[in-house]
Design a binder for this molecule. Structure first.
Ligand code: C2O
Ligand code: CU
Length: 475
């Protein structure tokens, strides 16, 4: 469907459904109006109860925001929630004042007020937007949406699909379980839920056609759930990570997606007409589940043999760090419970051993970076952990001394991931969210070219809120 057709269809749908008619984008412009407000959604399927959510434009996820690379965008966000909010345009390299961190880069948007975000996205790719105020609860109640910055020269595919994945903790009644900010969880894996949705719904099937080539944009919008996706009978080729093109490559078996990460893959649909193939998330081993199924149309293939058009995307204008002169700095991740795993400690395992490594039991922060704990969503008055002269090349050496996984996110920049545990990282990968396994050491480089105070934090929301956050300053 053309851009126009898509937008018209969705606005008339919203109007028909009696929802706020806020997805207003003047034809041919990069302008949106987005309303954050309570809504209801049918997450678990038609015969299941509805859920009270907080939503952008009345839908979970919110409407995909489509922008054009290098063209000014204007996004008006109106807050009709009963509490403060902001929007963070995750992964987009934008001016500091547009970054959406309350207290640090802008005042919070009060209930009833709005805020105008204006920036020109330098990079094409798959990004997303979410609140940076009361983040754990606001994201956990549904506030999230995709941002797609279109390439001038996209890869040739038959269809461009978006899967925004989200993880919910639902009660039998369909309501979202309260208890956001449980200190015990915060010191472990964070709030991992019990229901995963694909574009806001429990997914049965994704319809495909033999012979077609699909670009699939994967976004992990979970609070805490890490995903490892396996496509039975298919070999997805990774073409971009966190919105940044990489050398196209097949991932051995599964696509690893930490919270807030994005991976763009190309799938050649070479399955048999009429057959179904499972897409499984088996990150937590024994707790693996079927995310959806690729359901092949029984019709004959749309072409005899797969396309052999090239899969490489044009590179974005990222400054290449000069590794010879780069400043090198250690950032050590500390805290949390001893012993990793999913919810280790919850099932009566909370012995003295488990408690020992945890800093949070007395009500203090659970996590730290270089011995310092910044808590909440971001605020002013915290000395930056590091200050860089604008234009300097920087290598961060991220050391995970904890027993838990952490997707570490840097605002305002994208980092070239150089090595993991001493081994060079192939395929020229740039990331804004680097997933760290327990005890991992990762070297990541960037040019500190974007002036301002930038958050660096774990994107497991409970970890961020309880101390795994700091500020890097570019002057
Ligand atoms: Cu997507 Cu500071 O976060
Ligand atoms: Cu973390």
């Amino acid at each position: 469907m053309s851009r126009r057709g898509f937008l018209q269809a969705s606005s008339s749908f919203l109007l028909a459904a009696g929802l706020p008619s806020s997805l207003l984008r003047a034809a041919g412009s990069n302008e949106y109006r987005i309303i954050a407000a309570p809504a209801r959604a049918r997450l678990a399927g038609r015969d299941r109860p509805e859920t009270d959510v907080w939503a952008y434009d009345g839908t979970v996820p919110g409407p995909p925001v489509r922008l054009r690379q290098g063209e000014p965008a204007r996004l008006v966000v109106e807050n009709r929630l009963a509490q403060d909010t902001t929007v963070h345009w995750h992964g987009i390299r934008l001016p500091n004042a547009m970054d959406g961190v309350p207290g640090l880069t802008q005042p919070p948007i009060r209930s009833g007020d709005s805020f105008v975000y204006e920036f020109t996205p330098p990079d094409a790719g798959t990004f997303w937007y979410h609140p940076h105020a009361n983040s754990l609860e606001q994201l956990g109640r549904g506030l999230a949406g995709a941002v797609i910055v279109e390439e001038r020269d996209p890869v040739a595919v038959d269809r461009d699909l978006l899967w925004l994945l989200a993880d919910w903790r639902l009660k039998d009644t369909g309501e979202i379980a309260s208890g956001f900010g449980n200190r015990m969880e915060a010191a472990m894996s964070g709030r991992v839920g019990n229901a995963v949705t694909l574009n806001g719904q429990a997914s049965e099937t994704e319809r495909v056609r033999t012979g077609e080539r699909v670009r699939l944009r994967l976004i992990n919008g979970s609070l805490a759930r890490i995903m490892a996706l396996r496509f039975e009978g298919h070999e997805p080729v990774v073409i971009a990570i966190d919105g940044q093109p990489c050398d196209p490559h097949e991932e051995a078996g599964r696509i690893l997606l930490g919270p807030a990460m994005r991976v763009d893959v190309v799938l050649d649909m070479q399955g048999e007409p009429g057959r179904r193939y499972e897409v499984v998330d088996d990150f937590y081993g024994g707790l693996s589940y079927r995310l959806t199924q690729l359901a092949y149309d029984p019709k004959p293939p749309i072409r005899d043999r797969p396309l052999d058009a090239p899969l490489g995307l044009p590179r974005n204008p990222l400054p290449e760090p000069d590794l010879g002169t780069a400043e090198r700095h250690d950032l050590t991740l500390q805290g949390g419970m001893m012993g990793g795993g999913l919810m280790a400690g919850m099932g009566g395992m909370m012995g003295g051993e488990m408690m020992k490594g945890m800093m949070g039991m007395g009500g203090g922060p659970a996590w730290a970076i270089n011995g310092m704990s910044m808590t909440g969503d971001g605020h002013a008055g915290m000395e930056p952990a590091l200050t860089f002269q604008r234009g300097r090349s920087v290598v961060l050496i991220l050391r995970n001394q904890t027993a838990w996984w952490h997707p570490m996110h840097l605002h305002g920049h994208s980092m070239r991931v150089l090595s993991r545990n001493g081994a060079p990282v192939p395929h020229r990968q740039w990331q804004d969210t680097v997933l760290m396994a327990p005890k991992d050491v990762v070297e990541a480089a960037f040019v500190a070219d974007n002036p301002g105070d930038w958050m660096l934090h774990c994107h497991v929301m409970d970890h961020q809120m309880t101390g795994m956050m700091t500020v890097l300053r570019v002057t």
